[in-house]
Ligand binder design. Structure first.
Ligand code: UDP
Ligand code: GLC
Ligand code: MN
Length: 356
């Protein structure tokens, strides 16, 4: 392979907040572990903190700031059950990375378990079938060719054609609407984007093809970072009813604990509370403050994480723990606390207090 391809081809991912950035860090580490020869690029929006950007910069060759594109298609997103996915139009910015000749986009909730550099031999738009509707492709992993023109086309298509699921997948499937019929070469094997829960719908196939699995995708509202991790036994305990594969969930956590968690900034927790950005940096902040000396994840911390998951899903307990006076009391308490010395943060780096 010529050296050119190593410089001109890239894996690209996206985070609009610190929580998804955790996923990007595990994904990037998993790509490094399987010895990819290609570039790694991550797109971030203003919701990603400075310290998280720094950590991403240590792993990815490029951290690219993009602005949020929001479909605001609440109707179709309700149908999909994921009101949080309106920001996934931000993914379209990946077509603007024209410094590369070819790219593979990967969701922040994917995990690479075997080298997938061969994907760069495929053409735009190559993707694997969606497990829910196999005549559509899943947009968590796709091969594409950066082009400003395609980016503009996608945006005008968004205005005229829209998206049938309110997210990027519903739009990309309408735009690349020949995918299902035109060229079988653009159908990636399912092993390049195995939905973590699919094992349970076809267990014999999972056993048969297990060794071929290259990419696992933790699709759905519950992500690996939402599950409870026991720091004493170093094992993950699934939240009930989520149906993720235990092996792959454990693999995600092993990478997280080995390569990501030790470098997380403990200050993330403070900034998430002070900036009132509980649904953004909250989980990342909690995980930054995990300690292996503890005898396991305590109940209070897990309850807090489960509450944050509900918050992310728009189910804040406004009448109970999340009621305004509770939030305000917590903010007041955090603002009143002096900045810990030796944090390396100048006072002017602190996020502004919330306005009353
Ligand atoms: N994403 C993000 N912030 C969000 C939601 C989504 O950065 O609040 C990005 C992230 O890269 C994520 C992708 O968009 O992996 C698609 O969302 P998700 O993986 O949650 O969708 P699913 O695969 O579960 O349908
Ligand atoms: C899908 C894809 C995800 C996409 C979402 C919204 O479930 O896995 O990548 O963002 O749909 O269209
Ligand atoms: Mn995903």
């Amino acid at each position: 392979m010529g050296e050119g391809r190593e410089q001109n081809e890239a894996f690209v991912t996206l985070a609009t907040n610190d929580t998804y950035a955790l996923g990007c860090l595990v994904l990037g580490s998993s790509l490094r572990r399987v010895g990819t020869t290609r570039q790694l690029a991550v797109m971030v929006t203003s919701g990603v903190s400075q310290s998280m950007r720094q950590q991403l910069g240590g792993l990815f060759n490029q951290v690219v700031e993009v602005n949020v594109l929001d479909s605001s298609d609440t109707c179709n997103l309700e149908l999909l059950g994921r009101p949080d996915l309106s920001v996934t139009f931000t993914k379209f910015h990946c077509w603007r990375l024209t410094q590369y000749q070819k790219c593979v986009f990967m969701d922040a909730d994917t995990l690479v378990v075997q080298n997938v550099d061969e994907l760069f031999d495929r053409e735009e738009l190559s993707a694997a079938p969606d497990a829910g509707w196999p005549d559509c492709f899943n947009s968590g992993v796709f091969v594409y060719v950066p082009s400003e023109q395609t980016y503009r086309n996608l945006l005008s298509f968004a205005v005229t054609g829209g998206s049938f699921d309110g997210g990027d997948q519903g739009l990309l499937n309408l735009y690349f609407n020949k995918w299902a019929t035109e060229d079988i070469g653009k159908h990636l094997p399912f092993t390049f984007n195995v939905v973590s829960q699919a094992f349970y719908s076809y267990l014999p196939a999972f056993k048969q093809f297990y060794d071929n699995i290259k990419v696992v995708h933790f699709i759905g509202a519950v992500k690996p970072w939402h599950h409870a991790y026991n720091t004493a036994s170093r094992t993950v305990t699934q939240l009930p009813g989520t149906g993720h594969s235990q092996q792959f969930l454990q693999m995600w956590w092993n990478i997280f604990m080995d390569s990501v968690q030790p470098n997380l900034d403990p200050q993330l927790y403070e900034s998430s509370v002070v900036s009132q950005n509980l649904s953004c940096s909250g989980i990342a902040g909690d995980l930054a403050n995990m300690s292996l000396e503890r005898s396991g994840e305590d109940g209070a911390m897990r309850d807090d994480r489960e509450r944050k998951l509900q918050w992310e899903q728009g189910q804040a307990d406004y009448m109970g723990v999340d009621r305004f006076d509770n939030i305000k009391a917590r903010l007041d308490e955090k603002i009143a606390q002096p900045t810990p010395s030796g944090s390396g943060k100048a006072p002017e780096d602190q996020p502004p207090p919330p306005s009353e």
